[in-house]
Write a protein that binds this ligand. Structure first.
Ligand code: XIL
Length: 370
């Protein structure tokens, strides 16, 4: 080894000792991502770290994805409107390419999502002549869909979000009053999990939803999963989407959330993590103040780092009950929050900036002493 290399090796060993155990190797990785740290390495002994991706992002952002994450989820490719656009037509192309990428790079694959009230194809609820399809036909179509999709990725997709967002945020109704519920009634949940389990008995089956840090929604989700399980329905875990912000949840609310799932005996994954710079709850005083500016100011950057640090400290603390953490989108260059809930309002919710470089929050997540 030449002298230069020895010196540089010494430097990296010293730096690794200084900064703790989570530094990855320095060479190709640091050139590609601008960091010698890696999320998947830092959390190797805790849980897999995942990210949602589209097929085209695997080409443009493949290097970053490979060095930082060890699990992926198709962001849209497995949703019913995309993978099953017509009754007798399945479109496997994008989902297959994501699965192949994951296999090539030894990454886990989470399937998302078999049933959701959004991104459903119109044909599902229609007869060929355009009139409304009867319940029995819709149920048969759901069965065919779940059986076909889960079977195709059997032993490849290790976990499925089987049902997404079935519970209402409205205090006056338990189930969201969406077309699936209106046409099929609550039994579609039982059936969906049972069909998925039959198609791949080894897959880990999730009920996935958001706003668990709010007590009413959390209690309802825990009640639903417990009731289904008591009836013998194979619901193995809860997915907490975790579309959070720099203002919420508080450490107290998040810890209570993690504690409640743990004590109910329901393992969880964080399935769609992002930390918006805009408040989720427009009624809070902080929200009103913060909403006056759309800029990602130094102050917001600081709040975001602190929020990410706090979130991961608690996730590490509850590691026994957490089997994975997945980010929703890769970098601030493109996030679904640019168009939700306000169309065209740029957001900056992730750990990598628009140039794919790590943000201060990234270091807070990677470097820890506990
Ligand atoms: C979002 C995608 O990121 C967008 O590209 C798409 O236009 C809409 O869906 N909860 C979910 C995810 O379960 O599937 C959603 O993903 C975000 C909210």
């Amino acid at each position: 080894m030449c002298f230069d290399k020895l010196i540089s090796k010494f430097f990296w060993i010293s730096a690794a000792t200084l900064f703790g155990a989570c530094n990855g190797n320095n060479s190709a990785q640091s050139q590609m991502t601008g960091t010698d740290l890696s999320l998947k390495d830092a959390y190797e002994s805790f849980f897999p770290i995942g990210v949602s991706v589209s097929g085209s992002e695997l080409v443009q952002e493949g290097a970053l994805i490979k060095t930082q994450f060890n699990s992926i989820t198709p962001v849209n490719a497995m949703k019913m409107v995309n993978i099953h656009p017509e009754e007798h037509i399945y479109n496997w192309k994008e989902a297959d390419s994501i699965v192949a990428f994951a296999k090539r790079n030894e990454m886990k694959i989470r399937g998302h999502t078999l049933l959701w009230h959004r991104q459903l194809p119109d044909w599902l609820f229609r007869n060929p002549d355009g009139t409304r399809a009867p319940r029995q036909l819709v149920m048969q179509r759901l069965k065919d869909h779940i059986t076909t999709v889960v079977s195709r990725y059997k032993k490849q997709v290790y976990a499925w979000d089987v049902v997404n967002e079935a519970i209402s945020d409205n205090p006056n109704e338990f189930y969201r009053s969406d077309p699936l519920f209106q046409v099929c009634g609550e039994e579609y949940l039982d059936s969906a999990f049972a069909w998925a389990h039959t198609a791949d008995p080894e897959a880990v089956l999730f009920y996935n939803d958001y706003n668990e840090y709010k007590p009413l929604k959390r209690a309802r989700i825990i009640r639903l999963i417990t009731t289904l399980r008591n009836r013998g329905i194979p619901v193995h875990a809860a997915g907490l989407q975790a579309h959070w912000s720099i203002y919420e949840p508080s450490a107290l609310d998040l810890e209570q959330t993690l504690e409640d799932f743990r004590s109910a005996g329901i393992p969880i994954q964080i399935t769609e993590l992002d930390v918006s710079i805009f408040p989720k709850d427009p009624r809070s005083a902080a929200a009103v103040q913060a909403d006056t500016s759309r800029a990602f100011t130094a102050e917001k950057q600081k709040l975001q780092s602190a929020q990410y640090e706090q979130v991961f400290r608690l996730l590490r603390k509850y590691r026994q009950n957490i089997t994975g953490v997945t980010f929703w989108n890769i970098t601030d260059r493109r996030t679904w929050l640019d168009n939700f809930p306000v169309h065209g309002r740029k957001d900056y919710p992730l750990l990598f900036d628009s140039n794919m470089k790590p943000k201060p929050a990234f270091r807070k997540v990677c470097r820890f002493d506990d």
